[in-house]
Design a protein around this ligand. Sequence first.
Ligand code: URA
Length: 217
Amino acid sequence: MDINILNTKNSVLNNYLAEIRNKQIQTDPLRFRRNIERIGEMMAYEVSKTLHYAPCNVETPLATATVQLPTDKLVVGTILRAGLPMHNGLLSVFDRAESCFISAFRKYTSNDEFEIALQYVATPSLEGKVLMLCDPMLATGMSLGKTYEALKKFGVPKHTHILSVIGSENGVAYLNDMLKDEPVSLWVAAVDKELNSHKYIVPGLGDAGDLAFGEKL
Ligand code: URA
């Protein structure tokens, strides 16, 4: 697995990161969702540099132009529900990509203990395709790890890109250990040091799903 941490190089992405973390700006859910979408768009652009391309001729009004176009078959996969704004961002860059949706959630067995429950998968075949799997918060890495394994029965992707907005050092290490020999790239906008006792990322931003879509029961 290779690891790409986007804020190790300063860019405009830092503005969006600052806004999604800012508890005053977080009161505007439209802005929160749109900033996550924008980070998804930027990650899509970075991922696009790793795809395979072949020349294609395009007729302009004046002559023929040869353009290199991506040839990989793409699937954007999203862990519901927090991943949906990233999903939109990726689809607005890769407009012909197929979509895969997975429900994975923390099923608490005590106050601080939980297991990941995976209940619903709607996906096209993944065989030989490039899968971009998004979950904005890579806290423990357990949801993404379990989802990666569960999706194998729908076909083996040629390559999987795991995309998160904020990762924890623990979560990145967990996935790196689990997926060290797999054809996987991890993309995160930033990596934070800590997880609290509820396994939330600190400083992080709070609950990405609630901030995007409101609190749930
Ligand atoms: N999910 C979130 O939304 N935030 C965290 O910090 C961890 C998991």
